[in-house]
Design a binder for this molecule. Structure first.
Ligand code: GRF
Length: 193
């Protein structure tokens, strides 16, 4: 069976990218990363790509958002990926990009479906827990059909408890550990189909 071809899009630390790389290198995932694309320069995720000799590119916005998404869509489509993985990609993608990859763009979000969409999801969940509104949050992986933020057909979810003696840092660490696993597991299921 040929390896699934992935493009991984990041904006920062890239710990989820690292989880995918590690799963590939340990043969847990039968995949190859064609390229890592970052929306920001000088982020550690780019170093991770370099460490593993994966081609990477920073895609700056120099034009309108519509043109940026169209250019980015053309660039990624030329790579001919089977799957586009948004692993901490912090920009909303419009149809100029998404139209190239129907049912092929996968996003990871550190909250459960319908809860805390957008940025600072973990901080907002932690604050809600401190106020006694919730006692758990979670992680989801979903398809990105359109511009809906952290919304789309759900592929996997996992709840993550928030305890009374948690700090933001302990909640973040618990969520990131779950993210790394659920993202790799979900990619594994997708590429077997
Ligand atoms: C993750 O929590 C992801 O869900 C969110 O941004 C974070 C990226 O972490 N959208 P990393 O860059 O993979 O370490």
């Amino acid at each position: 069976m040929s390896k699934a071809k992935l493009v991984v899009m990041i904006s920062g630390n890239g710990s989820n990218l690292q989880a995918i790389i590690d799963a590939i290198e340990s043969s847990q995932l039968s995949a190859q990363i064609l390229a890592v694309i970052s929306s920001r320069a000088n982020v550690y995720g780019l170093q991770r790509a370099e460490n593993h000799r994966i081609p990477s590119i920073v895609f700056y916005q120099t034009t309108t958002r519509a043109d940026y998404d169209a250019d980015l869509g053309d660039f990624v489509a030329n790579l001919k990926p089977d799957w586009v993985i948004l692993a901490g990609w912090m920009r909303i993608l419009s149809m100029n990009f998404l139209r190239h990859f129907p049912n092929r763009v996968v996003n990871l979000h550190p909250a459960l479906p319908g809860q805390f969409p957008g940025t600072h999801a973990i901080e907002r969940a932690f604050t809600a827990a401190q106020q006694g509104q919730i006692d758990h949050t979670g992680v989801m992986v979903h398809l990105v059909p359109d511009e809906g933020v952290d919304d789309g057909p759900v592929l996997a979810t996992e709840t993550v408890p928030i305890y009374h003696d948690d700090t933001l840092e302990t909640v973040e660490a618990r969520i990131h550990a779950v993210e790394h696993q659920i993202l790799v597991d979900t990619i594994g299921k997708l590429i077997k189909n």
